[in-house]
Structure formats: C-alpha cells, structure tokens
Design a protein around this ligand. Structure first.
Ligand code: PEP
Ligand code: MN
Length: 337
C-alpha cells in the first residue's frame, strides 16, 4: 500500500500518519519527493482497515497490485540518477560503461581503459571475479585485478564497475570499485542483495538468465529495502528458444521497466547477443527504446581474450560504435555522462 500526501502536507501530518501505522504494527518508508509518498509494509488486512484517508494531509491511499514498492514509479515518480564517478546515469544522463570482460593483465586493462576513454566511455568495466560455467575456465585474477582496475582509474579518471560474486569479498571489492556489479547468475542470491543493500555504493544489478521483469524488480527491491537506493538495473538478454544469438535481447524490457520503476536501465548488448557484429544495432535500438546507459565489452585484441572474445569490440570497432552511440544519445535528447 502507498499513501500519497497532499502538496501542502506538514511534518506533523506525516508524523501522525506514521505514528498510526507504527501503532498498527506496520513499517513505513518515506519518500520526500513532490508529493511525499509513504510505502507501507505490514499485515494487509490490518493496514487496509485503517482510516488513513481521513488524516489531515493525506491525498489518497493506493493499493499496489505489484509485489514491489520502493522501486516502483508509484512510490517515486522522478527518474533516479546514480553517480558514476563524476558523471551521472539516469534522468536524462546517459552512462557508457565499457571495457574487457575480464582483467587479464595490467597492459591489457590499461590499454582497454585508454581506448574506451578516448572514444567517450564514462566508466570502465572489468571482471576480477568471473562467474564461469566451467570450473576449468579462467576464473579471474581476484585482488590483483582490482588493483589493476584502480590503476586504470587513476590514469584515465574512469570510475570502475566490477562484479561481486561472494559476500565474503564485499570489503575487498568496496576498497576498489565505484560500482558493484551483481551478475545475472546472482540476481536472486538474496544474501548478496541484502549485503550490497547495506553499503553506500551504486549497484548494477543484471537480469537473471531466465528471470522475468517482475523478478528483476523484486531483486532490486531487496537492495533498496536494505537502504541502498543507488541501483541500476541491466537488461543483458534472456534465454529463449532462439539459437542465432547467445541470449535474446528483451528490448521491450527497457520501456516496461521505465514505466514501472524509477530506477535507471542499462542494456548490455555484448552478453545479449554474443556477437560483435550485432553490438552497434542493438546499442542504437537500446537507446531508442529509452535506455539510460550501455555496457559494452571491448578488448585491445579480442582474438586473444581469455573470456568473451567473440562479443568484444576491438579498439577500431569500439571507436566506430561509440561515434554512433554519441549521435543517437544526442538525437534522443540525453547527455553523455
Ligand atoms: C559480465 O558482465 O561479465 C557477466 C558475466 O555478465 P552476466 O552476469 O550478464 O552473464
Ligand atoms: Mn563477459
């Protein structure tokens, strides 16, 4: 349930409503927007029986049919903006995250950071802990990779996005990362979601391989409910019967999420398609559909990549795609960064 306050509602009006909710054993989450909204958590029957409409300052009480509250548009009407270093993502600001799938070496990562920065990226991605299907595949360099990413940030000024797979690595990743990525395979790792919800660091939450949009937003709700409002959701393709691409980019997820939620949406055309020749068209489609950002894999020498080479743009390819991305961002009236 959601309580929408009137425009001129006073602090006392809000306190009265909250005290009544607390007396009924319910919890209240306030959003001090315009208008002030209060999300209510508690026994449905009990809360529904409260005469909240008659309280001074209450405009209306809305019963939510959706199972998430804090990430919903009803709770917070304006687009959420999340900081990526000194740039923004969301609310008309477009975030352009790029870099290798994995940090493989210092040279490879620094080179990648330089060419993506040069082409206009606003953040650097790179995996230190890799969720690989095979236990025999490259698993990432761990802390050594985080140190390399920090050096790349130092040199280029690009904020760093890197994946956290295990709650036990949270402190370590916090020491280096500007944005914590929760990967597709961990979208419903509820302990991990709660843990990243307790820290003050932006989280990029990727859609699970077979997750519905509602499940994605419920996962985001776990993070926001724990106190961290800086959440970006990422459409990275879902499993379908189609085999021509690695996954199927669910382009309609972008406008649907934007209608239902205030959280910014990023599209990852690399994991969605698995094919370098599709990155440009899917990136442009994502921007046209309303995405607030892109996350693209790029590598100084994709043919030698230890992970995801077939979907990683070369420096020249990345420069070409970036130029089109910049034009398209401009065309939809957004600002890069
Ligand atoms: C990644 O971004 O490197 C990654 C592993 O993506 P996903 O979790 O979407 O598969
Ligand atoms: Mn990858």
């Amino acid at each position: 349930m959601m309580i929408i306050m009137k425009e001129g509602a006073t602090g006392t009006d809000i306190d009265d409503v909250i005290n009544r909710l607390h007396a009924a054993g319910a919890e209240a989450h306030i959003h001090c927007g315009d208008p002030v909204t209060i999300a209510v958590e508690g026994d449905r029957e009990e809360v529904a029986g409260l005469p909240l409409e008659v309280y001074s300052g209450v405009d209306r009480v809305v019963t939510l049919l959706r199972p998430y509250k804090l990430v919903s548009r009803e709770f917070h009407q304006k687009d959420t903006m999340v900081s990526l270093g000194s740039t923004l993502l969301g609310g008309g600001h477009f975030g352009f995250i790029a870099g290798p799938c994995s940090v493989e070496s210092r040279d490879q990562t620094l080179e990648a950071a330089r060419f993506v920065k040069e082409a206009g990226a606003t953040a650097l991605r790179g995996g230190a802990f890799k969720p690989r299907t095979s236990p025999y595949a490259f698993q990432g360099l761990g802390e050594a990779a985080l140190q390399i990413l920090a050096e790349a940030r130092e040199e280029t000024g690009l904020p760093v996005v890197t994946e956290l797979m295990d709650v036990r690595h949270l402190d370590l990743v916090l020491r280096y990362a500007d944005v914590i990525q929760v990967g597709a395979r961990n979208m419903q790792n509820f302990h991990l979601l709660a843990a990243v919800g307790e820290v003050d660091r932006p989280v990029l939450l990727k859609r699970g391989l077979s997750a519905t949009i509602e499940e994605l937003l419920m996962a985001a709700e776990y993070i926001v409910r724990a106190g961290n409002h800086k959440v970006i959701v990422c459409e990275r393709g879902i499993r379908t019967f189609e085999t021509a691409t690695r996954n199927t980019l669910d382009i309609s997820a972008v406008p649907i999420i934007k209608l239902r939620s205030h959280l910014p949406v990023v599209v990852d055309p690399s994991h969605a398609s698995g094919r370098v020749e599709l990155i440009e068209s899917l990136s442009l489609a994502a921007i046209a559909a309303g995405a607030d950002g892109l996350m693209i894999e790029a590598h100084p020498a994709p043919e030698t990549a230890l992970c995801d080479g077939a979907q990683s743009l070369s420096p020249a390819g990345f420069a070409r795609v970036s130029a089109r991305v910049a034009d398209m961002v401009d065309w939809v009236g957004k600002t890069l960064g």
